[in-house]
Design a protein around this ligand. Structure first.
Ligand SMILES: [Zn+2]
Length: 302
């Protein structure tokens, strides 16, 4: 299978429009030793003809235009993008669905709880239902394997909860296990990828199956627990946002040090994270620990 990283940043992108942190400012001024990044977005294909998106980022339109494999072919309306698998109802993971209107047929996979948030509470998404069989909404559940365009998806529940915009009375009706999904994806030839952009904690039981993967796309949001507070003077700790920091004795670099098989890639990187700066000690530490830092346009063959 072929995996394209269309966007490698966390929500807000790099630089973030309203962020004047040192990294965002240096990037704008052209004095930063690293690249800009759009918001987290993956496209995946078994045959390089039909593509499945993992989530739909707010930057999706420009990400598609930056990726020739995703340009329309033929002479009229067409798209190689045929399916979207949604792993949470956050603005960062669903806003791009609105860029996929224009009467394009699309299979959209999400948990029943996420589908209720999108289709019953947010009438704007009815833009995708303007003609029969435009969007075909398909229910997925943690623990229940499903196949999209020859690729097998195994979704599993991650802690994280529903987005803050969901009303408390609605939240009470939804299944918390359906709020945030991780994905284990397998190709017909046995290539395996784990997609874990938001991880609060590495469970002991994960190490065995993670070591059976060829590629690991893992939560690279924050370097330290207090990063937002330290860099911006405010904001929640990493753990309160459902993200395990990379550094320190309890961080993800340390927790996953024993993995032997997978190509390990940090993905979903916040603009405050020093691993974006290729001249930083943090970047050197990540590289020395055998990790890569995802960047827009990265192509991974599994
Ligand atoms: Zn910033």
């Amino acid at each position: 299978m072929l995996v394209k990283v269309l966007g490698a940043a966390a929500g807000g992108a790099f630089p973030q429009w309203n962020c004047a942190c040192r990294q965002c400012q240096r990037l704008r001024l052209g004095t930063f030793a690293g690249q800009p990044r759009t918001q987290a977005q993956i496209a995946i294909s078994q045959d390089s003809v039909s593509w499945t998106l993992l989530n739909a980022s707010p930057d999706l339109r420009i990400q598609i235009e930056a990726t020739p494999q995703l340009w329309p072919g033929g002479s009229s309306l067409h798209s190689p993008i045929q399916s979207v698998v949604i792993t949470a109802a956050e603005a960062d993971t669903v806003a791009g669905l609105l860029s996929l209107r224009e009467f394009q047929p699309l299979d959209i996979y999400a948990t029943p709880s996420v589908l209720r948030i999108l289709r019953e509470d947010n009438s704007l998404f009815a833009l995708l239902d303007r003609v029969p069989k435009q969007a075909v909404w398909k229910e997925i559940r943690p623990g229940a394997e499903f196949t999209v365009r020859q690729l097998r998806f195994n979704p599993f529940s991650l802690p994280g909860g529903f987005p803050g915009f969901v009303r408390p009375d609605r939240k009470a009706e939804l299944d918390a296990d359906e709020a945030v999904l991780g994905m284990f994806i397998e190709s017909p030839s046995g290539g395996r990828m784990a997609y874990l952009p938001g991880v609060a904690n590495v469970e002991d039981s994960w190490r065995e199956w993670l070591d059976e993967c060829d590629v690991l796309l893992f939560d690279g949001t924050f370097w330290t627990e207090d990063e937002l507070c330290r860099v911006r003077g405010g904001g929640k700790p990493a753990s309160a946002m459902g993200h395990l920091p990379l550094s320190g004795p309890c961080g993800s670099i340390s927790a996953l040090r024993g993995l032997k098989r997978p190509r390990k890639i940090f993905f979903h990187i916040n603009n405050t994270n020093p691993i974006l700066d290729e001249s930083s000690a943090a970047f050197a530490e990540v590289r020395d620990a055998g990790w890569e830092v995802a960047r827009d346009g990265m192509e991974i063959e599994i």
